[in-house]
Design a protein around this ligand. Structure first.
Ligand code: HEC
Length: 211
């Protein structure tokens, strides 16, 4: 009898403890998810701003908020939406240890625009999921993952958010027949991939180290 009571007591304490830990763990994951979503919104605001003001930035005597002056010289200053966000991301990573990447599978014969945009195995798997018709649009995905080998592993929280082609993206990632330089390239010198409106172009991928 005593033994049975002790056993039940043990089971109850064990269950309560594991529930506490589970709750703690999922609360932490929820925090990471909220932080990821905030970072994604911030980055999207930055890329949208650069995309919308791309001509202004690269035209002599042009000012944000004013119409594009006619007949002025145009020259690419080297700032493009994702390039700018990646630079911001690198500085952010140095200060916080949280890494940010823009990834893409490219389209047709076009791969991602540069090597840093190449998805790793986990990102490739999520991009494949995002591209399925039944996947709800605009929904990010996150999970805790173990990285590194068995002995030197660490835990990270990974989050990935799908990016779709909007009107403002087409001038660079759209139809190469509409190339501003007439050679199939966009104003930044990259080959235009012929993405269509609403199509999945890639994703923002974030990695949080877990202490
Ligand atoms: C002014 C031209 C321009 C516009 C507009 C633009 N992009 Fe890009 N995009 C680029 C360039 C250039 C790169 C390569 C950036 C780099 O790594 O230097 C890039 C990279 C990317 C990447 C990373 C994958 C890769 O191929 O390197 C994604 C995803 C992406 N763009 C999506 C978008 C989306 C979505 C929009 C619209 C909201 C958009 N872009 C608008 C020029 C543009």
């Amino acid at each position: 009898m005593k033994d049975a009571v002790r056993k039940i007591g043990f089971i109850l304490v064990f269950t309560a403890l594991s529930l506490c830990f589970a709750k703690d763990g999922s609360a932490q994951v929820y925090d990471y998810e909220r932080m990821s979503s905030a970072i994604v919104n911030m980055l999207n605001a930055a890329t949208d701003f650069i995309a919308d003001n791309f001509e202004i930035i690269n035209t002599h005597n042009a000012k944000v908020g004013q119409p594009l002056p006619k007949g002025e010289l145009h020259s690419y200053k080297g700032i493009n939406p994702e390039g700018f966000a990646s630079i911001v991301g690198k500085q952010f990573a140095q200060k916080t240890g949280i890494t940010i990447k823009f990834v893409s599978r490219g389209k047709g014969k076009h791969g991602p625009r540069n090597n840093s945009g190449k998805p790793d195995a986990w990102e490739a798997k999520q991009l494949e999921k995002f591209s399925r018709i039944q996947y709800p649009k605009g929904v990010g995905y996150g999970e805790v993952e173990q990285v590194g080998d068995k002995e030197l592993y660490k835990m990270v929280y990974r989050y990935i958010y799908p990016l779709y082609i909007e009107h403002r993206c087409l001038k660079c990632h759209g139809n190469p027949a509409r190339s501003p330089t007439g050679d199939g390239k966009d104003a930044t010198g990259f080959e235009m991939e012929d993405f269509k409106l609403g199509e999945l172009s890639g994703a923002i991928s974030i990695i949080f180290p877990i202490e």
